[in-house]
Write a protein that binds this ligand. Structure first.
Ligand SMILES: O=P(O)(O)OC[C@H]1O[C@H](O)[C@H](O)[C@@H](O)[C@@H]1O
Length: 272
């Protein structure tokens, strides 16, 4: 990891096998996961590290709104807030918390606690997001763990395990059933797959990453493709071929939490 992000409040865990995770308190954002001898997450060479704007890459937390499906800023505010570190008894775990403050209450007048646990295992990264309604009235949220997986070459990548699922193509604005064994990654993709239960498998020239999720009902697959990526300032030239976003998400059915209720969502990446 380069030093651009050092001022954001970085937390690091390392294991004896050389694996390592780096998490920023700004955004509650996993920036890097090094495992099996190489980096497994994409972090843009042009990522903005000004402590105000979202960081392009890693695992942004989208909360309390997914994308532009609501009145808040795109993907909500959690990815641009400074989270607090909570001491963890487990040496392999980073625990961060975000609760409401005057600014969040102005944007979204709800009392909440978000707890992010990032656990590093020898061949796996486990990211868990707990959402608690700490206020007196019910509310609902959408959101995601917006994971950018680093790949060798998008055009030689396949994402398996989505066949037969209901899919919303957000580019074509259609709902269909996914018939292919892998989505077509030679074109821009922005799709929400519903009711994901089984593991997904991302395969490229050098790796196989197994992606498991629980709590989150949906998986969003996103890559802007060459033309749109060229218009996104914080994606470096040609870098769109170096990542595929596979997001554990709650999009179709917002999570409704009564006062005092909690919800838990998790995504586990495992290399082999
Ligand atoms: O550029 P961002 O605000 O980080 O959003 C990046 C992307 O996130 C999700 O995957 C959405 O489905 C896309 O529509 C969006 O473009």
């Amino acid at each position: 990891m380069d030093s651009r992000f050092d001022h954001l409040g970085l937390l690091v865990r390392e294991l004896a096998d050389g694996s390592r995770v780096v998490v920023s308190r700004f955004g509650g954002h996993v920036l890097s996961w090094f495992a099996g001898g190489r980096e497994r997450l994409y972090l843009s060479r042009n990522a903005i590290a000004d402590g105000c704007q979202p960081i392009r890459g890693g695992v942004p937390v989208c909360f309390p709104q997914f994308s532009s499906r609501g009145t808040l800023a795109k993907h909500g505010f959690a990815r641009t807030r400074v989270w607090s570190e909570v001491p963890s008894a487990a040496a392999d775990t980073i625990h961060l918390r975000l609760v409401e403050d005057a600014e969040s209450l102005r944007l979204w007048p709800r009392h909440f606690a978000l707890d992010l646990h990032v656990r590093l295992h020898p061949q796996a990264l486990d990211v868990e997001l707990a959402v608690c309604n700490t206020g007196g009235d019910p509310w609902s949220v959408t959101g995601a763990l917006h994971t950018y997986i680093r790949i060798e070459d998008l055009h030689a990548t396949r994402l398996l395990g989505l066949e037969g699922l209901r899919v919303e193509d957000m580019l074509c604005r259609t709902f269909t059933t996914s018939l292919r064994d892998s989505p077509d990654l030679s074109h821009p993709i922005d799709s929400v797959y519903h009711d994901v239960t089984g593991p997904l498998e991302l395969r490229d020239l050098r790796q196989c990453v197994r992606i498991e999720q629980s709590g989150f009902a949906d998986a969003v697959v996103w890559n802007p493709g060459e033309v749109a990526a060229a218009r996104i300032a914080d994606i470096g030239p040609g870098e769109e071929r170096e990542f595929l976003c596979v997001e554990a998400a709650q999009v179709q059915s917002p999570v409704l939490l009564e006062a005092g209720q909690s919800w838990l969502g998790r995504q586990v990446l495992r290399i082999s």
